[in-house]
Design a protein around this ligand. Structure first.
Ligand code: ADP
Length: 584
């Protein structure tokens, strides 16, 4: 019978009102599913003797499953529901999850635009197949929103060796061509397929570029690889005769594409596209020597002026460097940085259908969130809150922080939070990956110190699956960034009913409003602090804990409120479409 949880997870998109999930000896599990808007709930779990099942279509229910219905909870937990444990051979976030066919979940009620265009995103990241941070989320979410509005959208990205081919539907080698690098024409393959309902074009050079076990940090020259990729995308458009209306490039990695377009390919055969550069994080600008830029076929020395690709940060360096991001800004028809708030992809981030969760939930039906919390607590070896799901006694707030571990994210504040949350009697899980080995060692030290107990887990890795489980389990999501152009973590956290505790900066200040700010009660949705000192963070955490423990009604209200906030791309994609239209 312990097959039950996995069977449930394997059928998240059952569209039937009734379905049979599986068998154990002579008992067949049956879950009655109820549909509410787009969401399905397992409303009743019943068991039927298999013989009865065969005898009649409307079979008589011969035996109610003895549910271990815990006090004050209406979550039906089957008797032999198997909770995960830290000793499991396969950790709970690495289980065999069903593939997520989000194409079926595309919102149908989106109004189509009248003037439709073809948009190609050229990017280093795309969620979920090649994601490191928010860039991947934004590209996928924006692409899906534009597709839903009727536009033709493709995403071009490098065919990193670490991409799992099973995640790409209908993967087909469509073009073999040559693209230039450093005096040679490199044989290159272009594959096409569908990822999460979105058409992708994957560029695979036959040299060593993009090989390795992760998106970034392979043992090849990253700058040269992305210069190659930028040109290879244009070369592909040239050889296939593809002329989109818009090429939307992202970040420094594709900053050379606008230079290559206007100074090379536009005088060949690609005339139609106009270019938009989206800057997600201006800290990274792609510092590049003139001779390195020359490797993609442009004369690097021609760009070494302040009105082209030298900027304040590269000027005066010896030797003087170029900035690919600056070049991209100068050569694009428009640049998006400030002004358009990102959305989240509410199809991929949906607690009501999320295939990684042991129990789904939504704003109206929150019991599943409690199951998720206890599931994560048990799986990570944190002290389960109490023996009974849903009991209000002995409540222990669970804080999660899911972040790249880089200075921007407020490393000293994350470290302080680990200590402070434990002192306050809460639990905290940090899921993060540090590209810098010194930072990694520091967090490893903290993990060795704290991970033995039952209230802190510091997990130094990247896991999309675990991130979903943590957001679902969390009472609070911590985002103590020093600066944050937009930030998705606080929005995703809210979508999963976690109340944000954030530093007041950039997009965090735009989206989170303090519960104790009497002048903005109607929008209050979290806890905000301004200083970069530890005391400021402690103050916000203490207030959040006070609400959680001592003001349960107000806490429940804010949880309800954050679950209902609409931070979807539906709200903001229109602004992107306006910019696209303005440059056509
Ligand atoms: P940034 O783009 O600066 O990394 P954002 O808040 O905009 O920050 O986006 C971060 C995204 O990356 C979120 O989807 C977050 O859940 C995810 N993420 C960050 N670190 C990890 C990790 N170690 N494992 C899984 N997901 C992560």
């Amino acid at each position: 019978m312990d097959a039950f949880p996995s069977l449930v997870q394997k059928n998240p998109f059952m569209k039937l009102n009734r379905c049979v999930f599986g068998q154990h000896e002579s008992i067949t599990w049956r879950i009655l599913l109820t549909r509410c808007k787009h969401n399905l709930f397992a409303s009743r779990i019943q068991a039927v003797h298999t013989s009865d099942l065969h005898s009649t279509v409307n079979c008589h229910l011969s035996e109610e499953v003895r549910l271990e219905k815990r006090a004050s909870s209406c979550v039906p937990i089957p008797k032999d529901f198997s909770w995960p444990s830290p000793n499991d051979e396969i950790p709970f976030w690495k289980k065999d999850f069903p593939s997520w066919d989000v194409s079926k979940e595309n919102p149908v009620d989106i109004e189509k635009d009248s003037d439709l265009m073809h948009i190609i995103h050229v990017t280093a990241e795309m969620a979920p197949i090649a994601k490191v941070g928010g860039l991947g989320d934004v590209v996928t979410g924006l692409a899906r929103a534009c597709l839903s509005r009727g536009h033709k959208v493709d995403i071009m990205l490098p065919f990193y060796e670490c991409i799992h081919k099973q995640q790409i539907n209908g993967l087909t080698l469509t073009t073999t061509y040559n693209s230039y690098h450093d005096g040679n024409w490199v044989p290159t393959n272009a594959y096409q397929g569908i990822v999460s309902g979105i058409p992708v074009i994957l560029i695979e050079p036959s040299n060593h570029f993009f090989k390795g076990q992760s998106v970034y940090g392979g043992s090849y020259n990253e700058l040269e690889a992305y210069l190659f990729f930028s040109r290879a995308c244009l070369e592909w458009m040239q050889v296939t005769g593809t002329q989109p209306d818009i090429i939307n490039v992202h970040e420094w990695q594709t900053g050379a594409l606008p230079l290559l377009y206007w100074d090379m390919y536009n005088s060949l055969s690609i005339k139609k596209p106009r270019l938009l550069l989206t800057i997600h994080n201006i800290e990274h600008y792609g510092e590049c020597r003139q001779d390195e830029l020359s490797k993609c076929g442009l004369d690097g020395s021609l760009y070494a002026t302040i009105d082209k690709a030298i900027d304040d940060r590269t000027i005066g360096h010896n030797p003087e460097r170029l900035s690919l991001l600056k070049g991209g800004i100068v050569y694009s028809n428009a640049v998006v940085y400030h002004g358009i708030l990102n959305g989240i992809d509410t199809v991929m981030w949906d607690p009501a259908t999320d295939v990684f969760l042991p129990s789904n939930f939504n704003a109206q039906e929150l019991e599943g969130k409690k199951v998720c919390k206890q599931y994560v607590q048990r799986g990570l070896g944190l002290a389960p809150e109490c023996g009974q799901i849903g009991s209000n006694s002995n409540r222990v707030p669970l804080v999660v922080c899911i972040s790249r571990l880089v200075a921007q994210k407020g490393l000293h504040l994350i470290m302080h939070a680990i200590k402070r949350v434990e002192e306050l009697g809460g639990q905290i899980v940090v899921l993060g990956k540090a590209p810098d080995s010194r930072v990694e060692r520091e967090f490893e030290g903290l993990a060795n110190l704290h991970n033995q107990g039952t209230s802190v887990r510091i997990l130094l890795m990247y896991s999309e699956e675990l991130s979903h489980l943590l957001y679902a389990a969390a009472d609070m999501v911590l985002v103590p960034s020093i600066y944050e152009p937009c930030g998705l973590s606080q929005m995703i956290g809210m979508r999963y009913g976690a109340v944000p505790v954030v530093r007041k900066t950039g997009g965090l200040a735009d989206t989170i409003f303090d519960m104790d700010d009497q002048s903005r009660r109607e929008v209050a949705n979290g806890f905000v602090f301004e200083g970069i000192d530890e005391g400021s963070l402690s103050w916000a955490l203490e207030r959040a804990f006070h609400y959680y423990k001592d003001k349960p009604d107000e806490w429940n209200e804010v949880v309800q409120k954050v679950l209902e906030i609409d931070n979807s791309w539906n709200n903001t994609a229109g602004k992107y479409i306006d910019v696209y239209n303005s440059i056509r």
